[in-house]
Design a protein. Structure first.
Lengths: 339, 268
């Protein structure tokens, strides 16, 4: 048991070192960008996982969250001459504000109505940054974003920013993993399972939902902040509804509620277009088919292949199991659920 | 002597209307300390509705509810739970994606103190807290005899075990008053006996118990005082003996079988 854990830690450490070394060794900017974009997406999906994956509150406002996280810092750099490093705390603060702003309506709204509200939020953000041209640059957006300056260490090449992103991403993955596998992860999931029972345990569900939204928004804003540095420009067309849906897809692809799942999902869906490049105009068709197959056969995501419990009740395995089960004990009613 | 005991739970003229339907109609009662207080009545009498008002799931249309002489009208469900009122549900409400241990640990969530921001940085403290919570859950599981099921997913357990898990989760909140909504319903006789034993043990250890139950064996054997509801109204209250021989209760709820038993008991 202990040994298995040690092996896991060793593998993760190796992966971490490998990811740090990769952008230093591989001089291909295109590869570096792909890695950096993947890391940004991992951060954002980890956030989305708190609110939608664990707590079960549908959030289709990720694009809006990212946009605010990116714009808030960069506008302060441009207009107030703020140090670039401060964009990170600004993004975190923005995340807290959005967490409360989106969390409160979620206390009264459920299901489809909450989805619509989050879409509305995202669209309002996009419309404001499009139309408040004097302040946000309108459709041209924010151009020539300066390199992130870490107390004198200028991350003025893609590989430098990517190395820094690897470190930030590792810290956030670790933090997310700890939260998901703690009392907080547990009660977040409990809200999804049965909200009335959570309240009967003396737990303040409203407060927890706001915490989950805030976590999602903080991760989303940090992701957005780095996205700005990576792209070196921001404009409203980057933050459309497609983007939010794409993050949701990443989460479902990898496995709802799981940190490794979020990481795998974000990585796969970010890099898949690169690997499917040879399919040219058929790309969307093939991507769509792959997604559908996943939804049908692995509804708990890729990670469920490695989780015994979920594997047995999910998609393809359930179908196989049911077949077997039917042959074995035909006619025996399931225990439980009587009354 | 009964008059000296303090009031634990007092309802004063509680009425609950759902649109046109009066589910609970001007019900009052006073549950004293150190009692197993039963609320019985036919289906649809308003028993679950009463518990839902006590626990703040919805407010009464009119009337006041007191817990240890403190008015709890208008308080939220989780605030009421924090006062020390635990409950189980008539239709199980478990956390179905999780194990027995996790279900119980959620019940004990409020024991823990470390906030989310602190949690991110305080590694040692949060680990210690988690261990404490787990140990408490293990104690409760042992108390209930379900320690072997700790790692099992609750949704794969039998109905009877699920009911015990739900009871365990309620115990984890450290209640002083426990509201049980039909705990023995759907249990096989051996499980029912086990449940009664547990409830009696908990009572002896100092918990007050408010019990809704259809099974008359259970009610008559464990309760110290009974209130009977019918179509939302209180039709009788008294000790099990008094209730068994109350003609109106027999007519509305118990049926002739119990009349015979009561008659026999009178002859004895
Ligand atoms: N949320 C609700 N909205 C509308 N009507 C309700 C609601 N809850 C309960 N009722 C109605 O109130 C009446 C009392 O229901 P309640 O569940 O309290 O009965 P009960 O005594 O617990 O019965 P049982 O023994 O079947 O559990 C029923 O007619 C029920 O349909
Ligand atoms: Mg009921």
């Amino acid at each position: 048991m202990k040994e298995k854990k040690n092996v896991k830690i060793a593998l993760l450490a190796a992966l971490f070192v490998g990811l740090i070394v990769f952008p230093i060794v591989d001089k291909n900017t295109y590869h570096q960008l792909a890695l950096a974009q993947t890391l940004v997406n991992v951060i954002i999906v980890l956030g989305l996982n708190f609110i939608t994956g664990l707590t079960g509150q549908m959030n289709l406002g990720t694009a809006g969250i990212m946009a605010l996280g990116a714009y808030s810092g960069q506008l302060m750099v441009q207009k107030l001459g703020m140090a670039t490093i401060l964009t990170i705390p600004v993004a975190i603060l923005m995340g807290v504000i959005i967490g409360y702003a989106l969390g409160y309506p979620s206390l009264r709204l459920k299901g489809v109505y909450l989805s619509l509200t989050t879409i509305g939020f995202s669209e309002i953000v996009r419309l404001v940054i499009t139309n408040w041209a004097d302040f946000t640059g309108g459709t041209t957006g924010v151009q020539n974003i300066p390199a992130l300056n870490l107390f004198g260490l200028k991350l003025d090449a893609t590989w430098k920013l990517t190395v820094f992103l690897v470190i930030i991403c590792a810290v956030l993955v670790f933090t997310a993993y700890r939260i998901v596998n703690s009392k907080y992860g547990r009660v977040f999931k409990a809200i999804r399972d049965n909200i009335e029972a959570v309240e009967a345990c003396g737990i303040d569900v409203a407060g927890l939902k706001i915490k989950a939204f805030t976590l999602a928004a903080i991760f989303g804003c940090i992701g957005g902040c780095f996205y700005g540095f990576l792209m070196t420009y921001l404009n409203p067309t980057q933050f459309t509804q497609d983007l939010s849906a794409n993050y949701l897809l990443m989460m479902m692809f990898g496995g709802i509620g799981s940190v490794p799942g979020s990481v795998i999902g974000a990585t796969a869906v970010t890099l898949l277009p690169e690997f499917l490049r040879f399919t040219k105009e058929y790309y969307w068709l093939i991507f769509g088919i792959i997604t559908l197959l996943f939804a049908i056969f692995l509804p708990y995501g890729f990670i469920s292949l490695f989780q015994k419990e979920k594997r047995e009740e999910a998609g393809i395995f359930k179908i196989l199991n049911d077949r077997k089960g039917k042959r074995k004990n035909a006619g025996v009613p399931k225990s439980g659920g009587m009354r | 002597m009964a008059e000296e005991r303090k009031s634990v739970l007092r309802l004063e003229n509680i009425t609950k209307k759902f649109q046109g339907l009066t589910a609970v109609d001007d019900v009052s009662f006073d549950m004293k300390e150190r009692s197993i207080y039963a609320l019985i009545g036919p289906n649809g009498a308003g028993k679950t509705t009463t518990v839902n008002m006590i626990t703040g799931v919805f407010p009464p249309t009119t009337g006041k509810i007191y817990y240890r002489d403190r008015c709890i009208n208008g308080m939220k469900t989780f605030e009421i739970a924090r006062l020390g009122i635990g409950r189980t549900f008539q239709n199980l409400k478990l956390f179905n994606s999780m194990s027995v241990l996790e279900n119980l640990m959620i019940g004990g969530h409020e024991m823990t103190k470390i906030g989310l921001v602190n949690f991110c940085f305080n590694f040692g403290g949060s680990k210690k807290e988690e261990i404490l919570l787990r140990e408490r859950a293990e104690e409760v599981m042992e108390y209930l005899g379900i320690q072997d099921l700790a790692k099992r997913n609750v949704k794969n357990l039998s109905y009877g075990r699920q009911k015990i898990v739900e009871l365990g989760r309620a115990m984890m909140t450290g209640p002083k008053l426990l509201l049980l909504d039909e705990p023995a319903a759907g249990l096989i006789p051996s499980e029912r006996k086990e449940f009664v034993d547990i409830v009696l043990r908990m009572f002896e250890e100092g918990m007050d118990i408010f019990l809704i139950e259809h099974n008359m064996d259970v009610v008559m054997n464990v309760s110290t005082y009974i209130t009977v509801l019918n179509f939302g109204s209180r039709i009788a209250e008294g000790t099990p003996k008094e209730i068994q021989s109350d003609p109106e209760v027999i007519k509305a709820y118990l049926g002739d079988k119990y009349q015979e038993i009561a008659a026999k008991e009178r002859r004895d």
